[in-house]
Design a protein around this ligand. Structure first.
Ligand SMILES: Cc1cc2nc3c(=O)[nH]c(=O)nc-3n(C[C@H](O)[C@H](O)[C@H](O)COP(=O)(O)OP(=O)(O)OC[C@H]3O[C@@H](n4cnc5c(N)ncnc54)[C@H](O)[C@@H]3O)c2cc1C
Length: 558
């Protein structure tokens, strides 16, 4: 019989691709996030709604692809140029520059320092929480630049030179002297080999330059210095008066390179689009910021804001995990039914949604405290609340991040374990916010420090809980038990995590019973406050309205 030519080969000859989920792309990451949309208006920045929508539309498009590219092509250290001159540069993929440039153009690094509207911290938080869903790495220099501004203001002449550049909305990645730059980014270098949490153990030495007031030469090392292509760094070093804060530019005013040498880049678990380096300072020129010997209080102005950004970044990651998990379950079937319609999967998804909404509500409330502390009439009380609640939130939300990402990843089944889904990257990113800028124990101890130094912070915190009194019997029962924790100060350090965890749960509960829809608040109070839940996600009690919770958080088909 004559040979019969076959039909042209189909992509697959054995099967049709079925029951795979449509890609979650070209979304509006702000509009999709109903809890965030509500919080923006509630916390005092309704004026920024349209702007946040624009940010959501942009970041839900190409930046998601850039996030993959920037991680597939991680930064490379170029210690020397081709002729052997030391250059100490890091080469980033184009996608990194695109992400960073977009973030700068959206003022994620600056809005509260330039915007006259009330609620600028809330507006920035909503936009940052939206953008950071696409990718986490670029957020590091954005956060540090943002947070450096209040610390730099302790030194008006240095601030006058740098703040206009650090708040500019153009992105200028070329290393040049400050005078030639349209805009600039700022990093921080505190951690040394022998001590990170304990920065008082820093050994980097600052030598005053004779005849040049405020100018020093820094010699020593830093064990972690992220985003080392920034134009400026806030650095801690030992001056004759004690540990002090310095502004150290990469490029000197005459255009030559400062003695800031990159030893190597860290090979990190995650956050791989961003470079984190080990550096040596060989008599690098720097200017004093704030009073000599008062470096820690000076840089704490920066740390307060970076810690809030750790909460925002984790809330962003949780939201992205929820968006992917609920989307997948809405479009994938097993055993004859959509995953999203199966009771046990609904319980898992709803539990993840509740955690994500609690994190978002707390991030946005903290942002309002920043706004009120800066401008509002009740600013003393707001500052006290902000001081304590930021530390509480940094501890708790960041601790909850990795487990949340893992469970969200598992909702995608095997696809979730594969890099193309983006979930492994999310999972690897999550522990960083907990370690950086105050690891778990350090944050718990920071809460105790704040309580012992200024009792009014506890009053402000408890006032916030009282505002929700009577709304839910489980919250009403939880709060007195929390107060009892402070009655006995014996062995309080041993109990620090336990106390801070309860403070966080009470605060999140108070926010949700006041502002979230009943199903979300009810599930939170039953599981997190009344203890009617297991140790894993997906153990909300019978009676929780899991369908309503999941529906609220699921991106709708566009
Ligand atoms: C990816 C990445 C990027 C970073 N980028 C920067 C950067 O740009 N600039 C910078 O300065 N630093 C940076 N860091 C460093 C980071 O801030 C520190 O690693 C962190 O503060 C912890 O310090 P450490 O590593 O010295 O750990 P340690 O201080 O040795 O702490 C180790 C553990 O002990 C716990 N601990 C510490 N003290 C106590 C105590 N009194 N009681 C109980 N437990 C305690 C801590 O919670 C932690 O779990 C970065 C870190 C990472 C991972």
């Amino acid at each position: 019989m004559a040979h019969q030519p076959r039909e042209p080969a189909a992509p697959f000859q054995t099967h049709e691709v079925a029951n795979q989920v449509p890609p979650l792309e070209d979304r509006n990451l702000f509009d999709d996030n109903v809890a965030l949309v509500e919080a923006l208006a509630r916390e005092g920045a309704g004026w920024a709604h349209e702007r946040a929508c624009e940010v959501g539309a942009v970041w839900g498009g190409a930046p998601i692809r850039w996030g993959f590219e920037a991680n597939e092509h991680p930064p490379r250290l170029k210690t020397f140029d081709r002729y052997g001159h030391r250059i100490d540069e890091v080469e980033f993929h184009r996608a990194w520059h695109d992400l960073t440039g977009l973030a700068v153009s959206h003022e994620l690094h600056s809005l509260p320092w330039t915007c006259a509207e009330d609620g600028a911290h809330v507006a920035r938080t909503a936009m940052y929480l939206t953008a950071a869903q696409a990718e986490g790495g670029f957020a590091c220099p954005i956060t540090m630049t943002f947070a450096a501004v209040p610390a730099l203001r302790a030194q008006p002449d240095v601030a006058a030179q740098w703040v206009p550049r650090l708040t500019a909305t153009t992105y200028d990645p070329v290393l040049r002297a400050a005078g030639e730059k349209r805009s600039a980014l700022c990093g921080m270098a505190m951690t040394e080999k022998q001590g990170g949490s304990d920065v008082r153990a820093n050994t980097t030495v600052a030598r005053r330059l004779p005849g040049a007031p405020g100018e020093y030469e820094l010699t020593g090392h830093k064990w972690f210095c992220s985003a080392p292509m920034c134009d400026l760094f806030l650095v801690l070093a030992q001056a004759p008066e004690g540990i002090s804060c310095f502004a150290l530019p990469r490029i000197l005013p005459d255009g030559t390179r400062n003695a800031f040498h990159l030893q190597r880049l860290k090979d990190k678990l995650g956050n791989r689009s961003n470079a984190s380096s080990e550096i040596e300072l060989h008599g690098a020129w720097a200017q004093l910021v704030g009073e000599p010997g008062r470096g820690v209080p000076t840089i704490i102005e920066m740390v307060g804001h970076t810690r809030l950004d750790c909460v925002i970044g984790t809330a962003a990651g949780m939201r992205w995990g929820v968006a992917n998990a609920t989307w997948h379950a809405a479009h994938r079937s097993a055993f004859g039914a959509r995953l999203a319609d199966q009771p046990l999967m609904r319980n898992v998804l709803a539990d993840l949604c509740v955690e994500s909404e609690a994190a978002t509500a707390l991030a946005m409330r903290l942002a309002r405290a920043c706004d009120e502390a800066a401008t509002g009439a009740s600013n003393t009380r707001a500052a006290a609340f902000k001081r304590l609640a930021t530390a509480v939130g940094k501890y708790w939300v960041c601790k909850r991040g990795p487990g949340h990402a893992f469970e969200a990843l598992e909702c995608l089944g095997g696809n979730g374990y594969v890099e193309e889904s983006g979930m492994p990257r999310l999972y690897r990113e999550m522990p960083l916010s907990s370690i950086w800028e105050g690891s778990g124990n350090v944050m718990a101890l920071d809460v105790l420090r704040a309580l012992s130094r200024s009792p009014e912070v506890l009053t402000a915190f408890l006032d916030e809980l009282d505002a929700a009194a009577g709304a839910d019997a489980r919250l009403d029962a939880f709060t007195p038990a929390l107060r009892d924790e402070f009655a006995d100060l014996e062995a309080i350090e041993l109990r620090a995590r336990r106390i801070v965890e309860r403070m966080a749960l009470a605060l999140q509960g108070a926010l949700l019973v006041r502002y979230a829809p009943a199903p979300v608040a009810d599930a939170f109070c039953a599981s997190r406050l009344a203890g009617d839940a297991g140790l894993q996600y997906g153990t909300l009690p019978p009676g929780a309205d899991v369908q309503a919770i999941v529906a609220r958080h699921t991106p709708q088909p566009g």
